[in-house]
Design a protein around this ligand. Sequence first.
Ligand code: IPE
Ligand code: IPE
Ligand code: MG
Length: 240
Amino acid sequence: MTPPNATERVVPRHVAVIMDGNGRWAKQRNLPRIEGHREGANAARRTITKAAKAGVSFLTLYAFSVENWKRPAREVSALMSLLVETLKRYEKELAENDISLRAIGRLDDLPANVRKQLDRTIQRTAHHRRMTLILALSYGARIEILEATRALARRAASGQLNPDSIDEATFASALYTHDIPDPDLLIRTSGEMRVSNFLLWQISYAEIHVTSTLWPDFAETDFQRALADYATRERRFGRV
Ligand code: IPE
Ligand code: IPE
Ligand code: MG
């Protein structure tokens, strides 16, 4: 998507969040990691409601990466169960807040019951317009870019696409996020200064806000602080 100009809106249109620190939150309390994830789901709920109220149009939450499959099977299956439970519990609340759900990532990798619940919530909230909530599940930016490349290469090989005509817009149209504007603000909790394979193409010009707050502790005031930080940034997009 073309970058918005520097005088654009004060409220970011698209906020993307790397929700990190659930395990450390649990460890600090001598609790099993899954308790951190459980509290993390509450933080996600708070953030979703707050973002919609603040006027954000797209909120992407990094919930599970392709790399996260390498975690112990017990943690992975607990996370999958938590996801189903959370979707079931908050489907109505999403609808009441006029929020539609989408998902990006290798969704076919998800267990059948997760896929089913996800499809159900997506379908039941599809007509809502106030905000789009995008869950990144089994998501990896490099695999997204590879899948896009393969799709374009197939079209080129079959003669449907002239390789020389491939520009940024063509490429972006082959990504999972083809109809979603690029994130304006990227938030990462728990203090890690890395992007962990998240939306690598799309965050080219995102403003980055890192907070040391662990995700389960992330409160409405933390989100407000991130928005306030964003509002002070001068986005130049390479211009002077
Ligand atoms: C983020 O918290 C949640 C997922 C990656 C699923 P972590 O589980 O990574 O928590 P830390 O980084 O170990 O504290
Ligand atoms: C990033 O967190 C992925 C999600 C928040 C889902 P990780 O905890 O998996 O990332 P690393 O391992 O610290 O880079
Ligand atoms: Mg982590």
